[in-house]
Every structure is written in C-alpha cells, then in structure tokens.
Design a protein around this ligand. Structure first.
Ligand code: SF4
Ligand code: SF4
Ligand code: SF4
Length: 132
C-alpha cells in the first residue's frame, strides 16, 4: 500500500460479467451455480496470467508454490474468513445476499491501489491535510 496505515480489502467481487472466466484461454475457470464463486480447475490452468490482467482489481494470483491461479471460492458458501472475523470480535466481515452487492461489487472489484488513494484523499484531503 502506498499509504502506511491504510489497508483495503482485496477480494473477488463475483462480477456479474466474470471477465476473468471469459479471459481464460483453456477453460480453467467456471462459476459455481449455487454460490456464484469462481472455481479454478488447477489441472487445466497453464499459469498464463490472463485472468489476472482481465480482473479489474487483479484479484487472482498465482500460488507461490504450485503456480496455479487462486481465486476466492467463498469456501463453498460458508466463508471461513467471515467466521474468523466474527469470532475474533472484529465484526468487519459479513455475508450479504447478492441483491445487496450492486455497489459493493464495483468497489471491491477495483484496483486496491486506486481504492487506497481515494481513501487517503477522503481521510487527509487532496494535499494531505486531515479532514475532520
Ligand atoms: S473480481 Fe476479478 S476474480 Fe472476481 S469475478 Fe471479478 S474479474 Fe473475476
Ligand atoms: S492463469 Fe490459469 S486460470 Fe488464469 S487465465 Fe491463465 S490458465 Fe486460466
Ligand atoms: S476464507 Fe474462503 S471465503 Fe474467505 S477469502 Fe478465503 S476462500 Fe474466500
């Protein structure tokens, strides 16, 4: 992050048009009918990186060990990250229905650097002065 202390979520937003899935030249990506999560077939993945380029937030990444694409699969519909966050008392992550995600999808599918810059401007102003 270019601004110390500013952390933004960088997660798959399950875009309505799934540009990552469309970009995969070998059909390694599909959409789970029930959860709407992107599913990676690691047997088919050739590690080309096209899905990373196609994603508005460059969300997919290549695993440092097996070098295959990794994308949040929503843990099959029961997200472990949400449970851990709630159990830890942070209350920052919530599971919401798809119908409530229209605005959030656009936000979370953005490049995290752009989101961090907007947050910094909101918090500190265009020239760095703090906005109260
Ligand atoms: S956020 Fe990225 S990885 Fe998730 S569905 Fe959209 S394009 Fe695919
Ligand atoms: S990195 Fe793998 S999943 Fe992504 S576009 Fe290339 S082959 Fe498909
Ligand atoms: S814990 Fe599961 S739902 Fe949460 S980001 Fe990881 S894969 Fe996605």
């Amino acid at each position: 992050m270019p601004f110390p202390g500013l952390e933004v979520p960088h997660l798959c937003a399950q875009c309505d048009d799934y540009p990552c899935v469309k970009s995969c030249p070998v059909g390694a990506l599909s959409v789970d009918e029930n959860t709407k999560a992107v599913i990676v077939d690691q047997e088919k993945c050739t590690s080309c990186g096209d899905c990373i380029e196609a994603c508005p937030g460059n969300v997919p990444f290549l695993h440092p060990k097996h070098n295959k694409a990794v994308i949040c699969d929503l843990c099959g519909g029961d997200p472990e990250c949400v449970k851990a966050c709630q159990e830890g008392g942070f209350n920052a992550l919530h599971l919401v229905s798809d119908s409530r995600m229209d605005i959030h999808k656009k936000l979370f599918a953005r490049d995290p650097l752009d989101v961090a810059k907007d947050l910094a401007i909101n918090l500190f102003g265009e020239k760095g002065e703090e906005v109260v």
